[in-house]
Ligand binder design. Structure first.
Ligand SMILES: [Fe+2]
Length: 246
């Protein structure tokens, strides 16, 4: 049975989803090439609950560094599943998933529980932490969609987004977004080219990411490549075996 705190988070999320103008969001999402962002979406009461979860898992951050591409810290789904009930309540929230499915125009599903990215935290807490330009490529048989929620941002770091890169006849557009607490970004991973600019000294930026898919099946070769990328680039080798790093 859910704790009273989780019931409250569930209710707050339901209330929030009930206030959103689906038609306006849908129009914005498709006009921008399957990308939509809001500077303020989640209220402080929800973000505070997520930050309580963050502080519990913070000692378990896995730091990673790929020269020329990325540097930062991550906490995988496996740890969040055990220690972050409020964050999991968002990831699993039925009204939330239905709303995102309406935007995407296709039913969205949770990633398999074996995927450490399903729901994860990214920490940019040291000078130079960043990630280079990339797509959130889907290794699944279906499309993969990313949600980002800003949790803390005391940094000069920006989320850089390049829209319409795969739409012939459309001019590319570049956006530089700050992800302050409560900020929301949603996009089709294979459509949005994006990066995070380096943090300065004494800065901190923490972002929650949720992944949804249209078909959670994955071929063996893609599974192998995806596992290697996660182990090296994000969550460490223990993530390969579905175990927390500590
Ligand atoms: Fe990404």
């Amino acid at each position: 049975m859910s704790s009273p705190a989780i019931v409250t988070i569930d209710q707050q999320l339901s209330d929030l989803v009930g206030t959103l103008n689906e038609e306006e969001w849908k129009r914005g999402y498709w006009e921008q090439g399957e990308f939509y962002a809001r500077e303020h979406l989640m209220p402080p009461s929800i973000i505070d609950a997520f930050m309580e979860d963050v502080e519990i898992v913070r000692p378990k951050i896995n730091r990673n560094f790929i020269p020329g591409h990325k540097k930062g810290g991550s906490v995988s789904f496996y740890l969040l599943q055990r220690h972050a009930p409020s964050i999991l309540a968002l990831y699993h929230h039925e009204g939330w998933i239905n709303f995102l499915s309406q935007l995407a125009g296709v039913p969205l599903l949770l990633c398999p529980e074996s995927d450490p990215h399903s729901c994860a935290l990214y920490f940019y807490t040291e000078a130079g932490d960043h990630i280079g330009w990339h797509y959130d490529t889907s290794y699944y048989k279906g499309d993969r969609f990313t949600v980002l929620v800003g949790l803390r941002d005391q940094s000069t770091s920006k989320l850089m987004c390049r829209l319409h890169t795969k739409e012939p006849g459309k001019s590319e557009e570049e956006r530089a977004l700050t992800t302050k607490p409560g900020a929301y970004v949603f996009f089709n991973g294979d459509k949005l080219y994006h990066a995070v600019t380096p943090c300065g000294p004494q800065e901190e930026r923490i972002v929650l990411t949720l992944q949804y898919v249209t078909n959670p099946a994955m071929g063996l070769a893609h599974r192998w490549f995806s596992n290697m990328k996660d182990a090296v680039g994000y969550f460490g080798w223990s993530a390969l075996f579905g175990k927390p790093s500590r």
